[in-house]
Write a protein that binds this ligand. Structure first.
Ligand SMILES: C[S@@+](CC[C@H](N)C(=O)[O-])C[C@H]1O[C@@H](n2cnc3c(N)ncnc32)[C@H](O)[C@@H]1O
Length: 251
């Protein structure tokens, strides 16, 4: 049976994609940078112009530096892409999700004006990860339960957590990053990829509701593609300036 096809815009190394795949989607990722660790089919292209036709659902994780209270000092030069990408997603006509950090202009819960959204934390999924992220959706959605910050998180980038981790795995960065990536559920990622990623548990949760919305819209298109888009594919494509998409080798 064919799986619905999700377009993963701003995909990086595939944290969000992996959760959607677990929820039942085939996935195609798009990022402006080469992403040789992305575990699904990939196109190097600009998410702001990539064609949105032929997908059953779309996820977008635009850069967060300009919205994050922790990263605002690095923000100069980062465009604010949430409003323009939302306009593109609405125009696509398929169910969609936008993910970003706390502080981004996304709803944290359904509001009276027809916007839908929720905020997720790793502790909602039994992970020793706090990493709060906002999800705006085109369909009603709620968090699975409240967060539980009674247990300190694993996080090699926070001094208080490094002390905790030093007691468990030792005090070196090299020994602390691996168990943190494992807790996040992103073992295959580079250090930079993991720092940008969301735990796949978040999008597995969102994806199980998104897939119902996609199927309800009767727009399942995966069967229209001439070959299955399998996970673990190392197929790599690039969008040329004239808009054509060309197969190439990962760099
Ligand atoms: C926050 S990361 C996405 C993390 C990903 N959702 C995950 O869970 O692993 C944002 C990504 O957007 C990419 N990016 C920035 N501007 C872009 C653009 N105009 N088109 C496509 N990708 C872009 C960056 O290269 C980066 O990999």
């Amino acid at each position: 049976m064919s799986r619905p096809l999700l377009l993963d815009l701003f995909c990086c190394e595939g944290g969000a994609a992996t959760g959607y795949h677990r929820a039942g989607f085939d996935v195609l990722g798009v990022d402006i940078e080469p992403q040789p660790r992305y575990p699904f089919r990939f196109v190097q292209a600009d998410a702001m112009t990539y064609p949105l036709d032929g997908f059953d659902a779309i996820h977008a994780s635009p850069p967060c530096q300009d919205y994050s209270k922790n990263l605002r000092h690095q923000a100069s030069g980062y465009p604010q892409l949430i409003d323009p990408i939302r306009d593109r997603l609405i125009a696509s006509g398929v169910p969609w999700v936008i993910e970003n950090v706390e502080g981004a202009p996304l709803p944290v819960q359904d509001d009276l004006f027809g916007a839908y959204g929720t905020e997720l934390c790793g502790t909602m999924f039994g992970l020793r990860v706090w990493r709060h992220r906002l999800f705006e959706t085109s369909f009603p959605i709620a968090a699975p339960r409240g967060c539980n910050h009674a247990t300190r998180p694993l996080n090699p980038y926070r001094q208080s957590s490094r002390v905790l981790m030093a007691g468990i795995v030792g005090g070196e960065w090299s020994t602390q990053e691996e168990p943190w990536r494992a807790e996040m559920g992103v073992r295959w990622m580079s250090r930079d990829g993991a720092r940008e990623a969301i735990p796949p548990a978040y999008t597995e949760y969102i994806g199980r509701q998104l897939i119902k919305a996609a199927k309800a819209g009767n727009r399942v298109t995966a069967g229209d593609h001439d070959e299955p888009w399998s996970p673990g594919s190392d197929d790599w494509y690039r969008q040329e300036p004239d808009g054509t998409i060309r197969r190439c080798e990962p760099t």
